[in-house]
Design a protein around this ligand. Structure first.
Ligand SMILES: [Zn+2]
Ligand SMILES: [Zn+2]
Length: 198
């Protein structure tokens, strides 16, 4: 089984001790949304079946009810192009899209504490469909991003052959690549070009 490194997650984890740009639950939700979008690759689908969804859900610590069937999987997969769009729109477009997501799911923000988590926001009941909960959590996180005027932190990987979305949580807005494998590839290509051009 090949497994991607869910690189936004590592950034979220690494950043939270140093400098937090957003609240922890927002950063985690942004990382989860980016990872979900990036499961859809041009040459492969990393959410190809229910066991793959189970792994994704476990990795990101989703709680709440599961159906564990193909209709649930289809619902989650259908979120990806929609969420990817948030990385490509201007601010007004993002606002319209996020408001629509919150409206159609009848999101109702409530502070809750469960498992090991202290109070944080849920805007869907725990028995809402998984895809609705994922959509609303992503939308609520993007609400935070827009309110903070930080929409430029949602970027697309700058490697020429990569469309993965990136959440830049660096202090100086310096993150350009989705993963170390992309940054290494770009650096190596630049190194080779320098050497052959010298
Ligand atoms: Zn929660
Ligand atoms: Zn990349």
């Amino acid at each position: 089984m090949t497994k991607r490194d869910y690189s936004p997650f590592r950034v979220v984890e690494g950043v939270k001790e140093v400098n937090m740009i957003f609240a922890h639950d927002t950063e985690l939700a942004l990382g989860a949304a980016a990872a979900l979008v990036n499961t859809e690759q041009s040459d492969s689908d990393e959410l190809a079946d229910v066991p793959a969804l189970d792994r994704f859900v476990a990795h990101w610590g989703w709680t709440g009810s599961r159906r564990g069937d193909n209709s649930e999987l289809d619902g989650v997969r259908a979120l990806r192009p929609r969420l990817r769009g948030l990385w490509h729109m201007d601010e007004d477009g993002v606002v319209a899209a996020v408001n629509a997501m919150l409206r159609e799911t009848r999101a109702l923000p409530q502070l809750v504490a469960h498992d090991e988590w202290s109070y944080h926001l849920h805007a869907t009941p725990p028995d809402a469909p998984l895809a609705d909960r994922m959509l609303v959590e992503a939308a609520m996180a993007v609400v935070d991003v827009v309110r903070s005027g930080e929409l430029d932190r949602l970027r697309v990987c700058e490697a020429a052959d990569c469309d993965d979305v990136v959440v830049d949580l660096s202090k100086n807005h310096s993150r350009r690549y989705c993963s170390t494998s992309c940054s290494n590839r770009v650096n190596m290509a630049a190194f080779r070009a320098r050497r052959s051009g010298a």
